[in-house]
Design a binder for this molecule. Sequence first.
Ligand code: A2P
Length: 283
Amino acid sequence: QTPKGSCLEAVKIAIDAGYRHIDGAFVYFNEHEVGQAIREKIAEGKIKREDIFYCGKLWNTCHPPELVRPTLEKTLKILQLDYVDLYIIELPMAFKPGDALYPKDENGKFIYHETDLCATWEALEACKDAGLAKSIGVSNFNRRQLEMIMNKPGLKYKPVSNQVECHPYFTQPKLLEFCRQHDIVIVGYSPLGTSRDESWVNVSSPPLLKDPVLNAIGKKYNKTAAQVALRFNVQRGVVVIPKSFNPQRIRENFQIFDFSLTEKEMKEIEALNKNVRYVELLM
Ligand code: A2P
């Protein structure tokens, strides 16, 4: 997804700026660069492995339980690391296993695969027991899918987190409340409203960072709309994973711990919720 080398540079800049949580996936095709950046920073003495929190993801074509551990081992080999801090099921639907990551039939329709998500989860539990993943979680799960895992007979570990789209235009009030009740951390992706790449983003929804309320609040604190959007989520306990390949914006997105929003401002931002996703995941 990224030009060769740009991810390596971005991760090194991010670590220097203070970031420790790195959100990755096999399907981003840059795990080798992420691993190299982490190893270079360890060699420099800037960080230790245990300072980094790396999240990897199980792709849709690897849901059959017997594929889970080999898939995680492949990611670890690419990263050249011994473990990931968090391993999550990227999406609750499975594709036909095989070399094609987006398998399609002759009519261009995705070829799905029947697997039991609970069996996939058990395979993740085994990866945790084997020490290959410190924690396990999910992504893009709704309440019913979370409940299915949590009510599974013989559950050993419940999901520690659920990574979903979350930002001021899509605040996830119900899912957030449910996850709070069950001690599941929400990790918010696209916290800045995405890159608005038409190939996967619903661009009919207006750009988040142009929002007048976010900009006005930012002005008051001498912060940008991006910083206000990130601070909003952090302040209500949602983890954010902003994406940038620009050194200045990477640093900017980390400067959100030296101000706080008032209760009134938090409410104003919450009221921006449009309940419309940028990332529709139509598959
Ligand atoms: P760039 O890489 O040029 O900085 P999200 O995190 O919601 O997926 O958003 C990512 C998009 O937002 C990228 O296109 C990124 O572009 C841009 N971006 C990241 N940080 C900022 C910022 N502080 N201000 C404006 N745009 C940003």
